[in-house]
Design a protein around this ligand. Structure first.
Ligand code: RIB
Ligand code: CA
Length: 319
């Protein structure tokens, strides 16, 4: 087996960030070297508490957790979306964390970890990009130690979720998203198009809650919370799909396309505009555009199975 890939995760835990953390911590393909927290799905302190609580609940190794930006680079922030529940992580009642965060601010933690790394590291960004933008602006040299950024954010051809035009992570901090996506660093963007594809049914989630493993039980509880919140017979693995793309890139279809982040204050603020035209020679393209690898679709059955296998609960799936 290949050596596990050292990765850093940036999260706004968040129920689906928790699903992503459960997958990342359970997967033999990844070596999670650090987790940084940022305001988004809920206030920063709640994101940190949820992240620490989750790691305790699965008796995770002592992976460093650092607190970062408590608001966007420029905007005042957005209200916490109600879909994640009162505690921001599906109201599972997991109790208070026993472990603590590190003292360093997330940006300092990332700078030091990347600077000290023997090899460039992979970053998995599942939240507003405020931490990552500040890192790149304060310490541009760390870019040499970033192998690739896998970013959950934006839309390719799908509608937005937070507004008709924009996805939550990008809309929450559009300037930060623009800094990161226009950085010229290798970026794989996982937009709402594949994000909405990978589903777990309510029945499968019920079966997960009866699993032996704590990770599977917690994942089932979070998915059931979303099913009940939306009154639907299924929900999504959400951010965990981004982690699946890192673990099993063969399951994702990607295109290299120019992207622009809309920073105007109008109804399209925070939109990720991709130039999807076939013929562009001789046609104008104002604004700032940068080529990124964008995941346009994924093999959903493959990623469902990957998630269930990592949680030790393949029997919970109906297919
Ligand atoms: O739009 C979905 C994204 O916003 C997910 O990362 C979710 O956790 C929230 O951060
Ligand atoms: Ca998230």
């Amino acid at each position: 087996m290949a050596k596990p890939l050292p990765v850093l995760l940036d999260v706004d835990t968040g129920g689906d960030d928790a699903l992503a953390l459960l997958l990342a911590m359970a997967s033999p393909a990844l070596d999670v070297r650090g987790i940084t927290c940022v305001a988004g799905n809920c206030a920063l302190e709640r994101v940190v508490t949820n992240t620490l609580t989750l790691l305790d609940a699965i008796e995770a190794p002592p992976v460093p957790v650092a607190a970062g930006m408590d608001r966007p680079v420029l905007d005042p922030g957005l209200p916490a979306p109600p879909l994640h529940g009162g505690d921001g992580m599906g109201d599972l009642g997991l109790g208070a964390p026993r472990r603590s965060r590190v003292d360093d601010h997330a940006v300092e933690f990332l700078r030091r970890t990347l600077s000290d790394a023997e090899e460039p590291m992979t970053m998995i960004c599942l939240a507003p990009l405020s931490n990552i933008a500040m890192l790149l602006r304060m310490y541009p040299c760390v870019g040499e130690k970033i192998e690739r950024l896998y970013v959950m954010g934006g839309t390719y051809a799908a509608p937005g979720n937070t507004t008709p035009a924009a996805e939550f992570n990008v809309r929450y901090d559009p300037e930060a998203a623009s800094v990161v996506l226009q950085s010229g660093l290798p970026v794989t963007l996982y937009p709402l198009d594949p994000f909405m594809q990978v589903r777990i049914t309510e029945e499968e989630a019920e079966a997960l809650t009866r699993s032996r493993g704590s990770s599977a039980r917690i994942a089932g509880g979070i998915i059931l919370h979303y099913c009940r919140f939306f009154g639907m017979a299924f929900s999504l693995i959400g951010d965990a799909g981004t982690v699946a793309t890192v673990i099993d890139p063969e399951g994702a279809t990607t295109l290299e396309r120019p992207v622009h982040v809309e920073l105007s204050s109008g109804i399209t603020r925070g939109a990720t505009v991709f130039d999807r035209r076939i013929l562009t020679d001789g046609f104008a393209r104002e604004g700032e555009w940068t080529e990124v690898d964008v995941v346009t679709k994924v093999d959903a059955p493959r990623y469902r199975k990957l998630m269930a296998a990592a949680l030790g609960a393949v029997e919970a799936l109906d297919d």
